[in-house]
Design a protein around this ligand. Structure first.
Ligand SMILES: Cc1cc2nc3c(=O)[nH]c(=O)nc-3n(C[C@H](O)[C@H](O)[C@H](O)COP(=O)(O)OP(=O)(O)OC[C@H]3O[C@@H](n4cnc5c(N)ncnc54)[C@H](O)[C@@H]3O)c2cc1C
Length: 561
């Protein structure tokens, strides 16, 4: 295929449509380890940010994003992003996205944390679900897009440092195939499944990030992981920030709206890094509620009333009743911070180009520097749409002016041996689930919201020990078709690399910025750390380099809410 897209979430589907639109002669393939509408993007709940109303402006959205990023975002990319987002909303509207509406029929918008204007377009509290179905419906109408559903990509093939192909397992058959492409787009989503208490789907294991990293492409700003303030206790399933956008309160054991101590102006609608830190402090200082699953805080929606909850937050009510055992109409919902989003990802520029010609990255697996050290809620789905479209267009244009290259059979056969003889055939005595649980424990205990150098050092050592133990793995099921044990082993290999990069970046960054809260370096340090981290793969562990950020209009300032 001319353009091969790995991933069928919002970014991948948007990229496929954009590539197919460039020319009907472009042959586009979308490879996904999941059936497309099972991609993690269907979980997006609260909304998608875009400037649509009088009173709002591009500069205001850009400023909110830059301030939210704790001034680590590249401002040229942010300015482009906010200008493109409204076009994407209108386009989705024309393609049939069932947005929630105002009484006069306009796309409705709700307030969201860190945004100083109500600019989150929403479809009740199932925004991602409806966006995904709209995009998938649209994509299937193109004759020049072929879907490979439930195909698992294992590696990227480079020839002379140019991206030329991929190896994949067709899961149904358990056979390896190689894809040749003129351009490849990675749109494989985030990796917060390195943690236990997380809002992420079980399938969010950062495969694309790890695959390109192992092939020599740098990852950027991986130390910045977002913790969402309202993970439902005990499962970690998300209670959307839209619940606070609709007026929900956060309360502690004394019934206090504790955010008054941390963000007196924005209160519950402060950015996520600030609210999650506040919750952790409340718990550490003994003002949390106590329950069978440990201390927690509460999200109180009762004052919104049943009618509003049913209209605006029907999924949240359902989830709280079925999985939290409480009806938000009658009782506060038990919550605490949960790992939620990866600000870091594959190093790429404003055109989604990575340093490797022919390789592009979009969506959560990429780091285009829109979100810096902390993403604002509802800016991710806009990012996936805006830069998914850019990636599709750029990759298609690249394909039109390039030709196919021969793939090295040696490399493909070596990958087949690594996967089937090395991993599936291994007769070791280590279990995937044991190592995976260990990784998640280490990350949750030592690389969580508040971080310290000694704990990060110890986490790095322990993760490296787990990587050694992985060499001695055993997958019980030796059969080929739909071998979920093999998939879990491959995903574990990916996540261990990503955990290592996350810790290495966090250890090196001796400052307190956005979601990276170093207790031993309790101040933001603009003099030394106004820069992006790049992590390159080496056998001994990541090698770190740094590149400057881009400031256009907004010099770093104090960040109060
Ligand atoms: C519960 C929850 C709610 C959220 N709500 C919002 C919200 O309201 N607004 C907002 O802006 N953001 C929200 N976010 C964030 C947002 O949903 C995600 O950042 C975004 O959807 C990611 O989309 P994506 O297209 O990059 O990747 P994904 O949707 O994660 O898709 C990844 C794709 O890659 C494929 N893939 C992965 N690995 C492989 C492999 N090895 N081989 C083949 N295919 C592979 C998968 O099959 C999948 O199709 C939320 C996040 C969570 C966790």
């Amino acid at each position: 295929h001319d353009v091969v897209i790995v991933g069928a979430g919002i970014a991948g589907l948007r990229a496929a449509i954009a590539a197919a639109e460039v020319s009907n002669k472009i042959d586009v393939a979308v490879i996904s380890k999941l059936y497309p509408v099972r991609s993690h993007s269907v979980c997006a709940q609260g909304g998608t940010a875009a400037v649509l109303r009088e009173g709002d402006s591009y500069d205001l959205h850009a400023w909110d994003t830059v301030k939210g990023s704790d001034f680590l975002a590249d401002q040229d990319v942010v300015e482009f992003f906010v200008r493109q987002a409204p076009k994407e909303m209108i386009m989705l509207d024309h393609w049939g996205c069932p947005w929630s509406r105002t009484d006069d029929g306009k796309i409705n918008q709700r307030p969201f944390g860190g945004h100083s204007f109500p600019r989150a377009c929403f479809a009740a509290d199932m925004t991602g679900f409806h966006e995904m179905h709209t995009l998938y419906g649209k994509a299937t109408a193109y004759d020049n897009i072929t879907f490979y559903d439930e195909w698992f990509v294992t590696s990227l093939i480079l020839e002379d440092n140019v991206a030329t192909g991929l190896t994949t397992i067709e899961l149904k058959a358990g056979e390896m195939h190689a894809f040749r492409a003129k351009a490849i787009i990675m749109a494989t989503g985030g990796y917060a499944r390195i943690y236990e208490f997380t809002t992420f789907s079980h399938t969010s294991t950062g495969d694309g990030m790890a695959i390109v990293y192992q092939a020599g492409v740098p990852l950027k700003d991986m130390e910045f992981i977002q913790f969402h303030p309202t993970g439902l206790v005990p499962s970690g399933i998300l209670i959307t920030g839209g619940a606070r956008g609709e007026g929900g309160y956060l309360i502690n054991a004394k019934g206090e709206r504790f955010m008054k101590r941390y963000a007196p102006e924005k209160m519950e609608l402060a950015p996520r890094d600030i609210v999650s830190r506040a919750e952790t402090t409340e718990i550490q200082e003994g003002r949390g509620l106590e329950g069978p699953y440990g201390p927690y805080l509460a999200l109180d929606l009762r004052h919104l009333g049943e009618e509003k909850i049913n209209e605006r937050l029907p999924l949240i009510r359902d989830v709280a009743i079925k999985l939290g055992g409480v009806d938000p109409v009658k009782e506060p919902v038990p919550i605490r911070p949960a790992a939620h989003y990866s600000m870091g990802g594959i190093h790429a520029n404003i055109k989604t180009e990575t340093p490797v010609p022919g390789l592009y990255a979009a969506g959560e697996c990429s780091c285009l520097n829109v979100h810096g050290a902390n993403r604002l809620g509802t800016n991710s789905t806009s990012d996936c749409l805006v830069f998914g479209a850019v990636a599709g267009e750029e990759a298609a244009k690249h394909a039109l002016s390039s030709s196919f290259r021969e793939l090295s059979h040696e490399k493909i056969l070596a990958e087949e041996r690594r996967v089937f003889d090395g991993i599936l055939g291994s007769e070791g005595d280590e279990r995937v689930s044991v190592i995976r649980d260990e990784m998640r424990r280490i990350m949750s205990e030592k690389v969580w919201i508040f971080r310290k150098g000694d704990e990060l050092n110890s986490a790095l050592k322990e993760i490296r020990e787990l990587k050694e133990r992985l060499e001695n793995i055993r997958v019980e099921d030796k059969s080929r078709p739909f071998n979920t044990g093999l998939v879990a082993a491959l995903q574990l290999d990916f996540t261990l690399d990503l955990a290592e990069v996350t810790i290495a970046g966090a250890l090196a960054r001796t400052e307190f910025r956005g979601a990276h809260s170093r207790l031993d370096y309790p101040k933001r340090d603009d003099e030394n750390w106004l820069k992006h981290t790049l992590a390159y793969y080496t056998r001994a562990g990541p090698r770190l380099e740094y590149i400057p950020i881009t400031i256009t209009k907004w010099p770093p300032a104090a960040r109060a809410y």
